[in-house]
Every structure is written in C-alpha cells, then in structure tokens.
Design a protein around this ligand. Sequence first.
Ligand SMILES: [Zn+2]
Length: 284
Amino acid sequence: MKIMIMTDLEGPSGINGRADSVGNKTVNLPIACQALVDEVNATVQGLVAGGADEIVVWDGHGGSNSIDIMKLQAPAMLGTIGGPMHPACFCDASFDAIIQIGAHALQGTPDGYMCHSFNSHGVCNMWLNDELIGEIGMESRIASYFKVPTILVGGDVAACREAKALMPDVTTVATKKGISRYTVIDRNPADVQADLRKAAEKAVKNIKKYKVLPTSKHYVFRLELMCENSACGYEMRGWERIAHNMVQTKADNIIDIFAQYCGWAPGIHNKKYGITPKWKGLVF
Ligand SMILES: [Zn+2]
C-alpha cells in the first residue's frame, strides 16, 4: 500500500507564532518543525502497523524547509518543492490514499488558528465552482482527480470541521482548539501523537471505505485578493478580471487550475508532464 502524507506547518499541536504564517521569521520555528515531524512520524508508525509499505511525505509548507529528513521515521521518503510547482509535489494514480498532517482552516474561519488560503498576505477568498475552498479542499480534490481518497486529516478543530464538511467519512485528529487566529489551546503532543498512530493504523486498514470527491469537466476558479496590484498580475497572465480585486480562470481539470494558480499558462503544465487522471508520476 502506497500512501502520501501532505504536510503543513500551522496545524500541529505546539505551533505558536507571532506572524500569520509559520514562515522562517517565526519565533519558535525549531519547535514548530519538531512538532510537525513528531506528528508525521506517529502517523508513519500507524500506517506501517496498518500495512502500508511505501510512504511519501510531501513537505508542503512554503519553501519545503519544515521537515528534517534525518528525523523522519523510516520507511517514509521525503518530497520537497522547488519553483512554482512540480508534479512531484502531488499525489498521482499510483497512491492508495493521502493524509494531511498539520492542516489549517481556510482564510476567514473565526476559530481557525493561523487560518489562511495558500497566501496569508495575498488571498482573501478562493472559490472553486462557486464553492469556498481552502488548502484542505484543494489537496483533497487534487488527489481525487487521480481517484485517490483522503483518509485522515490532522489539524486544529476548525480544520477537522472543514475536512468533515467536505468529506463526511474522513477520519480526523484534532491537535488544538483555536480561540482566535492567534490564540489557541494545544492538546498535549504525546496525546495527539498517540491518536494519530491509532487513527492512521485504523484508516489504512479500512482504506476501502473512503470515497473520492466528485470531479468535473468544467472548473471556474475565482480569487478575491487583498491587494488590487496582485489582481493586475493575474490579469497579465491571462486571468479574467471581474472586479478591482477579483480574478478568475477556467480549466477542464483541477490540476490545471492549481497549475494556473502557481503561475503556469493554461494547459501547459499538464502537457509538459503528461498528466492525466492515470498519470503515475512518482513511480521509481
Ligand atoms: Zn497552509
């Protein structure tokens, strides 16, 4: 069984930042990175106990500097991102499931600790076919394109709620409870890790019960931006300007939508890498 773990840095228990994303300027970055790898390792242990034999961890937080491979539990491998996007960041049809660890809620969630939608300094809201979407939704929909279900999400209470609203069957492990965007009560990390170990083992043993999200042939992706200047930037790349701070683009699949969000011209990314719903990009 081959599983991908997608990670982010805002969602583990014990992340306490002063900025609105856990970037390199955060006061407790080393602790944050340790907290994340501890949660990832607990998940890997559970997956192995449940029968997974191939695990790829994608270091998904900006810059891919959050996971020290020397601390990563074997047999997990580590994927890191460079440039605007690379297919190796993503799930493909060779995976049996994905897991999201360190997840956070979408921008504007009142109790979402450090909530944001990809760019905490640039994006107010994102809609996919008129539905508000954040990072949990985008990653699950990317996996679903390849017919890969999301089986487990670990993150704050708001992130877990968001995941359940989208995927009622998904298993969730709450790491902490946001009181406001920067106020939080963390669960004890040892308790969170124990829960992740158990949840991952159980989820992978019951992998067949998880469903993929429906896909469409017509996607409209709309962005409400914090700054009008960034709307100009999107417009220059061919997006349609629909308001002073709003743009939208279209595609017939979710991968191309996300590629466009990452800066690719329509259609180019998937053509370059030969990406189709059956693409098996990470087999080696
Ligand atoms: Zn994020």
